[in-house]
Write a protein that binds this ligand. Structure first.
Ligand SMILES: Nc1nc2c(ncn2[C@@H]2O[C@H](COP(=O)(O)OP(=O)(O)OP(=O)(O)O)[C@@H](O)[C@H]2O)c(=O)[nH]1
Ligand SMILES: [Mg+2]
Length: 379
């Protein structure tokens, strides 16, 4: 369904990949175009009834909309179509929930779901209030229940935030200790399914989960990685982005994305064989802006060159490497990529001559303890 503008050529493919990534079996696809969405039912009510009937006849259990819907629209469509409804945000949340493995990942997904739910409750509540329209002066049980639910959600959100904050602190301590040797930190970013994990595995000989699914990777993995000569960098693989990534998810995944935000260099991995690669690059840049990582130096890595050989080679802009073409599958172009990272690392080291860093509290305590033991009370 597209509103007013042209539909994207890959929208249907991406939607079916999203649906199958959630373990669902698509039975049919309908495309529609409207000047503007119907406030009550998104599509016209006649169209909804028609789609509902066709979907039920095909044995569908759920209708999925490739767009965010308001709580009221979702409810109205469910009633008119006699089917459960998921919007794009909820579908992505479901996939994230399925994939979350680490404790941090699970907490982040729960936070995102609750925040999504709370926006629905608020709307549902005002809607209910309006409907009641002064019929009774005292709040009915429904209203009380919602108030109660809201408070419970609020409490849980607070708990989750606190737990995530703690994990975030641990993560930053880990990051610092891992990087004691002042290695360049490099983070893979890119549209989901672009091949980040495949490239990560190739470069580090690790075994990150690779799949032709959207959001195969949710957790961040970081490894030391050799880029030629005596040069090592710390490379991290993390969650992929998608267009219109629900803001609750970006917000909730801040601690996972921390690795990206603190990188010295981003390798922006692009599926060069996709006909919408430019749009995907824009979507990724939009998320990078949201997490305030847009000013980190970036090399575009055009991946899947085995399917788009024209991207092979190194392109420069003002002397610095702008893009490199590779195939993570065949290994072609990887030497160019390593050389580009090495070149960046050399320039970076010149700009960052190992600065004295501030000691961690535990390091200070340890030094003080050592000083005491050596009989030199520090005061
Ligand atoms: N033809 C070709 N396929 C590739 C290449 N690199 C990765 N793929 C395939 O692309 C799909 C996605 O690869 P992943 O490495 O899981 O992609 P990702 O970017 O980590 O995806 P998410 O973790 O879901 O964001 C898999 O089916 C890979 O086998 C490549 O260079 N050429
Ligand atoms: Mg991955």
């Amino acid at each position: 369904m597209s509103i007013g503008r042209f539909s994207r050529p890959d929208a249907a493919d991406e939607l079916s990949l999203l649906v199958s990534s959630d373990g669902l079996d698509p039975v049919g696809l309908t495309e529609a175009r409207r000047e503007k969405p119907d406030p009550a039912t998104f599509l016209g009510s006649g169209k909804i009834a028609e789609i509902g009937e066709a979907a039920r006849a095909a044995g569908a259990d759920v209708l999925i909309f490739d767009t965010p819907l308001s709580a009221a629209q979702e409810r109205n469509i469910e009633r008119a179509a006699h089917l459960a409804v998921l919007d794009r945000t909820e579908l992505i949340l479901e996939i994230f929930q399925r994939r979350a493995k680490s404790r941090e990942g699970r907490l982040q997904v729960e936070l995102a779901k609750l925040e999504h739910l709370s926006t629905r409750l608020v709307r549902g509540w005002t809607h209910l209030e309006r409907q009641r329209g002064g019929l009774s002066k005292t709040g009915g049980p429904g209203e009380k229940q919602i108030e109660l639910d809201r408070r419970m959600i609020g409490e849980r959100v607070k708990q989750l935030r606190a737990q995530l904050k703690k994990l975030e602190r641990q993560r930053s301590t880990q990051r610092r200790s891992r990087n004691r040797g002042e290695l360049l930190t490099v983070s893979l970013v890119g549209y989901t399914n672009a091949g980040k994990s495949t490239l990560f595995n190739r470069l580090t000989r690790a075994e990150s989960y690779v799949a032709n699914q959207l959001f195969a990777t949710l957790d961040t993995t970081a490894r030391r990685c050799w880029v030629g000569g005596t040069d090592m960098v710390v490379l991290s693989d993390t969650v992929g982005f998608i267009r219109d990534l629900p803001t609750q998810l970006v917000e909730a995944f801040k601690s996972t994305l921390d690795e990206t935000v603190h990188a010295d260099l981003l390798l922006h991995v692009v599926d060069a064989s996709s006909e919408v690669r430019e749009d995907q690059i824009d979507s990724v840049n939009a998320v990078l802006e949201q997490i305030e990582a847009e000013s980190i130096p970036t090399i575009l890595v055009y991946n899947k060159a085995d399917k788009a050989p024209a991207v092979l080679g190194v392109r420069r802009e003002g002397g610095a490497v702008k893009s490199v073409g590779v195939s993570a599958l065949t290994g072609e172009g990887l030497d160019d990529l390593r050389a580009a990272v090495r070149e960046f690392a050399a320039a970076w080291r010149e700009r960052h001559p190992a600065e004295p860093r501030e000691l961690e509290p535990w390091e200070k305590a340890k030094l003080e303890a050592e000083a005491r033991r050596a009989g030199k009370p520090g005061s």
